[in-house]
Design a protein. Structure first.
Length: 377
């Protein structure tokens, strides 16, 4: 197990006390992750927790240090959305614009009413995965071909009326950002997000990193749409060279637990990449009554919508976060100035009671109670 302690901005004495409190709180979580990686049920994991400016991080198994890179799957979505909203903040893009303003073929069957904002809060009516996703991925299609397939997709419901979690919606929003800026989205994310937030170990696809600079996911346990059980999956699943080089905004960022922590801190104290008003649009529920609570990019309040029952115990209505199908968890809570990130190699689909959920619940209760609640495994 590797460990790193990152100094905060408070006095040395205050930092020492907070570090001791965080270390005590994390002891039960550490034991869980050590147990799962020790016996090989989980290849690797990384844990990051911060509160009131003090950060601690640990690594387990195949993750040699807390700076080990993981495929973070759908935690990529709020990062992609934040990148897109930097354009809105600067007047380069209006989220009230119609998608068809940028892709004229996106018309008919309700497509002409879909706005960019509907893509960002999952109310466009577009489904998560294409019906022929497995065939498309196994054919190793490129980004342009995938975009053509997404543009042919018809909404399941009128935009703004229902919540349909949609990786394809995030992909389409990223394609619009590319048109507006004439920049590949992977470069746009680096320039607008990773570099200013000092997320030096993060990239959309591999970027300038080595193809092997990542802790391999246990892709053989993935859901079918990601290759689980498919005879040719090794050629196109999460661990394939093809997928690692595919800049898919909705699910293919590679990052570290501390880097994700830096991303979340932008929303606790905005101003580096987004205005305070725009950051609020990402962390405050935008859904009408009766519709799954969600903001631009984040599930909020966390644990009460698509992540219901996952990690919500103890979190306030000021919490926001996201998970990823590769076995990744992340959230922050403004009420306690706390951030939690747990990256693992074990896919959600592999097990009903994922250890990441247990770790998150242990720490959400403790952190959200001000550090006074008893620890439980």
């Amino acid at each position: 197990m590797g460990t790193t302690n990152i100094p905060g901005t408070e006095t040395a004495l205050e930092r020492g006390r907070e570090k001791a409190a965080l270390s005590q709180a994390c002891s039960s979580a550490i034991a869980i992750l050590e147990e799962w990686t020790r016996d090989g049920k989980m290849r690797g994991a990384s844990l990051y927790v911060s509160r009131r400016g003090v950060e601690v991080a640990w690594s387990f198994g195949a993750a040699a240090t807390p700076d080990a890179r993981f495929c973070i799957a759908s935690i990529s979505k709020p990062m992609a959305v934040a990148t897109i909203l930097t354009l809105a903040d600067r007047g380069e893009l209006d989220v009230e614009s119609l998608v068809s303003d940028y892709f004229p073929s996106f018309r008919g069957a309700g497509r002409e009413s879909v706005k960019i904002r509907h893509l960002l809060d999952h109310t466009s009516g577009l489904v998560d995965e294409l019906s022929d996703t497995i065939a498309l991925r196994s054919s190793k299609l490129n980004g342009d071909d995938f975009l053509s397939a997404v543009l042919r997709q018809a909404p399941k419901s009128p935009p703004g009326e229902k919540f349909h979690y949609s990786s394809n919606g995030t992909f389409l929003a990223g394609a619009i950002a590319q048109l507006v800026t004439a920049r590949p989205f992977e470069k746009l994310m680096k320039e607008r997000l990773f570099d200013p937030l000092k997320m030096s170990r993060s990239s959309l696809a591999m970027g300038n990193f080595s193809i092997n600079d990542v802790v391999s996911a246990q892709a053989e346990l993935a859901p079918p749409e990601a290759g689980g059980g498919h005879p040719t999956a090794r050629e196109w699943n999460w661990d394939s060279t093809y997928w690692r080089n595919f800049p898919y905004p909705g699910g293919n960022v590679y990052s570290t637990a501390p880097d994700i922590g830096r991303f979340y801190k932008e929303f606790l104290n905005p101003g580096t990449i987004l205005s305070e008003a725009m950051a609020k649009r990402m962390t405050q529920n935008r859904s009408p009554p009766g519709v799954t609570p969600y903001a631009f990019g984040f599930s909020t309040p966390f644990g009460f919508g698509i992540d219901a029952g996952e990690t919500s115990e103890g979190l306030s209505n000021q919490s926001f976060g996201h998970t990823g199908s590769t076995g990744t968890f992340s959230w922050a809570d403004k009420a306690t100035d706390a951030v939690f990130v747990c990256l693992t190699t074990l896919p959600f689909a592999a097990i009903e009671h994922h250890p990441g959920k247990a770790v998150s619940k242990v720490l959400s209760v403790w952190l959200s109670s001000g550090g006074s609640a008893p620890l439980r495994r």
